[in-house]
Design a protein around this ligand. Structure first.
Ligand code: SF4
Length: 127
């Protein structure tokens, strides 16, 4: 399993102020088993959607790849990214939105770690 991690800083708005976005990608790559982590200032803006589309397209034929977007509420992300997801042939079950609001880098790492464990053990129920 390969996991590509896209982190959104939501224009530095309040729920994201606890994280250090300058060190978060490095922390994720150092601590967790991911292919890479990168930060975008606003993933749901036009340029952010283009980046997401490029990442999804690059993995269209790779059944081992998951794309994790670390941003706002998971339901919100599904709405925001639905069109981009549908514009590609990427397996939507491998698209993994994760809520990272109101968390420090350590808290975000814990949330990603937990989600990765759920992905490797699909029998583990989400909570
Ligand atoms: S994807 Fe969510 S967290 Fe990112 S800029 Fe848009 S609303 Fe904010």
């Amino acid at each position: 399993m390969k996991v590509k991690t896209l982190i959104c800083n939501c224009k530095g708005l309040d729920p994201f102020r606890y994280a250090d976005m300058n060190s978060l990608a490095f922390d994720i790559e150092s601590e967790l088993d991911v292919s890479y982590a990168t930060v975008h200032p606003q993933l749901c803006a036009e340029s952010g959607n283009k980046v997401l589309e490029d990442v999804l397209r690059a993995a269209e034929d790779d059944p081992d790849t998951y794309v994790m977007t670390c941003a706002c509420a998971e339901e919100t992300q599904m709405k925001l990214f639905k069109k981009t997801l549908r514009s590609t042939d990427f397996d939507s079950t491998h698209f993994v939105p994760l809520d990272i609001r109101n968390a420090t880098n350590d808290g975000i790492l814990d949330r990603i770690r937990e989600r990765l464990m759920e992905l490797t053990d699909p029998n583990k129920p989400r909570h």
